[in-house]
Design a protein around this ligand. Structure first.
Ligand SMILES: [Zn+2]
Length: 108
């Protein structure tokens, strides 16, 4: 089962979470399962939108949400979270290049 406080996997039969010390209970598993996170999906959508609009902020948000998704043991969309981090980095690099190119073309 998983800790309902920090989502760390708890050894069956343990009374407390080994990581954060929260009390473990029999229905923790159900609570976590019902509350499965889906950061990967959200991150993936943001990364794609960022790719289209050249959004440096969206790229960063996608990387962060993707990383959060991968850190969660109950994350549903690990593949999408990984893809979101990769696309988010591409968003970020592409935006930097665009800014650099546009900046170099300005007659200052
Ligand atoms: Zn815990």
């Amino acid at each position: 089962m998983y800790c309902k406080n920090c989502a760390t996997q708890i050894t069956e039969g343990s009374q407390f979470c080994q990581k954060c010390g929260a009390a473990a209970s029999g229905n923790t598993m159900q609570a976590v399962t019902a509350d499965a996170s889906n950061f990967g999906m959200i991150a993936f959508i943001l990364s794609i939108v960022g790719l289209i609009v050249g959004g440096i902020i969206l790229g960063i948000i996608a990387i962060i949400l993707g990383a959060i998704g991968l850190s969660k043991p109950n994350e549903k969309s690990r593949g999408l979270a990984t893809a979101a981090i990769v696309i988010g980095i591409i968003d970020f690099v592409a935006a930097i290049i665009i800014i650099a190119v546009v900046g170099s073309m300005l007659p200052f």
